[in-house]
Design a protein around this ligand. Structure first.
Ligand SMILES: [Mg+2]
Length: 317
């Protein structure tokens, strides 16, 4: 069935039905009014983040299933809340899509996104549907973080140690092969735990690529960094898989993007204490140090890192 046959309200009704089971403790008034009402706790700040997912730019149905596309969209949006140390409160979805699209395909994308939202208790609280030539999802997620505890990009100081929360390069490798199956996990629980340690001076999620995102962090903090390429965590068998795909491993490690691990700097050299359930599943890998001066990539082959300084990572325009 085509979208034009069910109409705008038919589509909205179907999305509402799919989203109904996701409950959030912060929702005072959900879908169905002119605006939703969300309730943060006393002493919390609200974190707000927006993302766009455009067919042909951020997802392609010949590379991935509608479900994977939807899951990746939500994961990317929630990852920005994770990078702030925020707990999700809810999200809105504005959908632009052509009337001759199949309803089932559109709903499969939405369903994929709602799976990830459910995993993080982040209910859909509103949105919009519009007719458009291109298929686009515009997501806005809201979170809450204890006042004064939010992780930001700007607090890094020379001497702080840099950590990555998990392997990078896998999403880029899948894109290079034209077959995207992996959906990174937004590091919500880890971000909240890091915020509570009070020792994380700066944090960013790896969406554009390690090098580009480290450059964002360094610029915001007014520092440089030494990044040690050999220590970057990577998937098992990564080098061989890259070569089979005709790609340089170092390029995908440094400039790949869409890994949604957290890259963060820590004050002092004491180990970071994580809650036991997180400590059991997460290894925080030291990958470098913040420093005075520029961004230095050490231990790599050189070529990629040099060009990476100027042009590495995902460029939006
Ligand atoms: Mg981000």
């Amino acid at each position: 069935m085509k979208l034009r046959q069910v109409g705008e309200f038919g589509l909205i009704q179907r999305i509402e039905r799919l989203a109904r089971h996701i409950h959030g403790s912060a929702v005072a008034l959900g879908i169905g009014d002119d605006a939703a009402l969300l309730r943060a706790k006393a002493g919390e700040d609200i974190a707000v983040t927006s993302d766009a997912f455009v067919e042909g730019v951020h997802f392609r149905f010949d590379h991935e299933s509608p479900r994977t596309a939807g899951r990746r969209a939500l994961a990317a949006t929630l990852s920005d809340l994770a990078a702030m140390g925020a707990r999700p409160l809810g999200f809105t979805l504005s959908l632009s899509v052509a009337p001759d699209r199949e309803v089932d395909r559109v709903l499969a994308v939405v369903k994929g996104g709602l799976e990830v939202a459910a995993e993080h208790a982040c209910p859909l609280v509103g949105g919009n549907v519009a007719a458009s030539e291109s298929f686009e999802l515009h997501l806005t997620a809201l979170g809450a973080v204890t006042r004064g505890r939010a992780l930001g990009r700007a607090g890094g100081r020379p001497g702080d140690h840099l950590f990555l929360s998990g392997p990078v390069g896998r999403s880029a490798l899948e894109r290079a092969r034209g077959r995207v199956k992996h959906v990174p996990e937004p590091r919500i629980a880890l971000g909240r735990a890091l915020a509570w340690t009070g020792r994380v001076s700066a944090c960013i999620d790896v969406s554009d690529g390690v090098l580009a995102d480290l450059a964002h962090l360094c610029r915001a903090s007014g520092v440089g960094a030494r990044l040690r390429v050999p220590e970057l965590p990577r998937p098992v068998g990564f080098e061989a898989a890259c070569r089979r795909a005709g790609r340089e491993p170092e390029e995908l490690l440094l400039a790949g993007g869409e890994d949604y691990e957290l890259l963060f700097s820590v004050r002092g050299s004491a180990p970071i204490d994580l809650p036991p359930e997180l400590a059991a599943t997460t290894s925080l890998v030291p990958v470098g140090v913040l420093a005075r001066g520029g961004l230095e990539v050490v231990g790599g082959q050189g070529g990629v890192a040099d060009s990476g300084r100027e042009s590495g990572g995902w460029r939006h325009f």
